[in-house]
Design a protein around this ligand. Structure first.
Ligand SMILES: Cc1ncc(COP(=O)(O)O)c(C=O)c1O
Length: 440
């Protein structure tokens, strides 16, 4: 058990909370003050089981001492060295470790601090790649309805969740959206749904309408995560890959959630057998102990950009003060040691049928209208009651009181437990969720 943090808070007002109804929260705060393994602890000391790995990031369980110690050691050895024109060994070591997990050919790693930064970095990389090849006209991006690609302006333009876009719409990059893949005939399907590969032909239509030669890149989450676990229909990603190749468009997989084992393989790319040109990661890379993300590029994309100018040219005018921060690199290396030692990705794959059975068993509840699952991710979608999302919000509040933590979007409850979960943890999650759903 870790030590108890002080919970005496005098003023809740100054902290402007992200993605939260600030006024409601500050009236009835729901805090956590400690975490360990599968559990988060509110100030009253109850254990709340974490069914969503924080926000899909704590794959190795909370408060791993190996990671904390690595970060501590790093901060006492080399706390910071900017990565512009200077290097430190752990950045190179980490990049080399990462490319041991990514698909063959995807082996050049650009470090950032979050998923959102990975998205905007990849957009700029795609523009740069085409520009140095003499195709500056390729300015259009394609993404998908119900997509979440973070909150920076590029990612907002790509995003397909309306509340994230509607207030910020002007002046964004040009993006055309393909239809999402949630089809009514695929309700209650486990894994990749059989219907819907033809939805990838939306990309062909966009190319026919706007000119494939004007499109820079297509962004998709292999399985859409934040909008409620939408696994790709069988054959869908292969078809996107074919159309991208036909038109010389870069295919980008946003694996901020799917990466690092969530889909039952290292990355969604391997789980679904389709290799993108750029692959984005964040979250589980450091087990959330430090902020970090990365864009992993095909070597040919890196070579094209880096070989375009002279030896002394800065090839890509892009980077963050904290790109490859030493403490984040130390956290990621310690996380990957845990992944290797505990075979976490195999463990996730082996646990996923049990997890999926437990969640699909909730389909008898009358408030449930759909359940989707793949790997160690699932969504339970509720019949809306009143305004869309209001039931989900009510459920979300009760879950904390009943001892279950999960991410919800609208009326979809999204589960993505840490990979250290044992069967009894999965049983506990399913039974707590059933209890709350029966209550409402
Ligand atoms: C697919 C995807 N891309 C990007 C992001 C943004 O990541 P961050 O919140 O670290 O900026 C997320 C976050 O959930 C995500 O799920």
């Amino acid at each position: 058990m870790g030590h108890t943090e002080s919970t005496a808070i005098t003023n809740l007002e100054p902290f402007w909370m992200p993605f939260s109804p600030n006024r409601e929260f500050k009236r009835e705060p729901r805090m956590f003050v400690r975490a360990e393994g599968m559990y988060l602890y509110p100030p009253d000391g109850r254990a709340v089981i974490d069914a969503s790995s924080g926000l899909f990031c704590v794959a190795a369980g909370h408060c791993r001492p190996e990671i904390a110690e690595a970060v501590h050691r790093q901060l006492l050895t080399l706390d910071f060295a900017g990565a512009f024109l200077r290097g430190h060994p752990k950045a190179f070591e980490l990049a080399d470790r990462i490319v041991g997990y990514t698909p063959a050919g995807l082996n050049r790693v650009f470090f950032v601090n979050s998923g959102s930064e990975a998205v905007d970095t990849a957009m700029k990389m795609a523009l740069m790649y085409h520009r140095v090849r003499g195709h500056a006209e390729r300015q259009i991006f394609v993404s998908r309805e119900r997509a979440y690609h973070g909150v920076n302006l590029g990612g907002v333009a790509l995003g397909g969740m309306v509340n994230n876009r509607r207030a910020f719409g002007t002046g964004l990059p040009t993006v055309y959206h393909m239809r999402h893949t949630a089809l009514p005939q695929n309700r209650m399907v486990r894994g990749q749904p059989p219907e819907g590969a033809d939805l990838a032909d939306d990309l062909q239509r966009i190319c026919q309408t706007y000119g494939g030669e004007n499109v820079a890149a297509v962004f998709v989450e292999p399985t859409a995560g934040s909008s409620g676990c939408l696994p790709p229909p069988q054959g869908y990603l292969d078809r996107l890959r074919q159309i991208c190749d036909q038109h010389g468009i870069l295919l980008v997989f946003d694996e901020v959630i799917c990466g690092w084992g969530r889909m039952g393989a290292n990355f969604g790319a391997q789980a679904f057998g389709v290799t993108p040109d750029l692959l984005l990661m964040a979250k589980a890379l450091t087990n959330a102990a430090q902020p970090m993300g990365a864009v992993v590029a095909r070597q040919s994309v890196y070579d094209t950009i880096t070989e375009a100018g002279g030896e002394r040219t800065i090839e890509f005018f892009h980077g963050y003060t904290y790109s490859a921060h030493p403490a984040s690199c130390a956290a990621a290396l310690a996380t990957l040691d845990i992944f290797d030692k505990e075979r976490l990705i195999d463990r996730a794959r082996d646990m996923s049928p049990y997890f999926s059975d437990a969640i699909h068993a909730l389909s008898d509840l009358s408030c449930v209208c759909d359940i989707r699952s793949i790997g160690m991710m699932a969504a339970v979608e509720l019949h809306p009651r009143g305004a869309p999302g209001s039931l989900g919000h009510e459920v979300q509040k009760r879950l904390y009181d009943r001892g279950l933590h999960l991410k919800s979007t609208g009326d979809s409850l999204i589960l993505a437990p840490p990979f250290v979960a044992e069967r009894h943890h999965i049983d506990q999650i399913a039974s707590l969720l059933r209890g709350v759903l029966v209550e409402i």
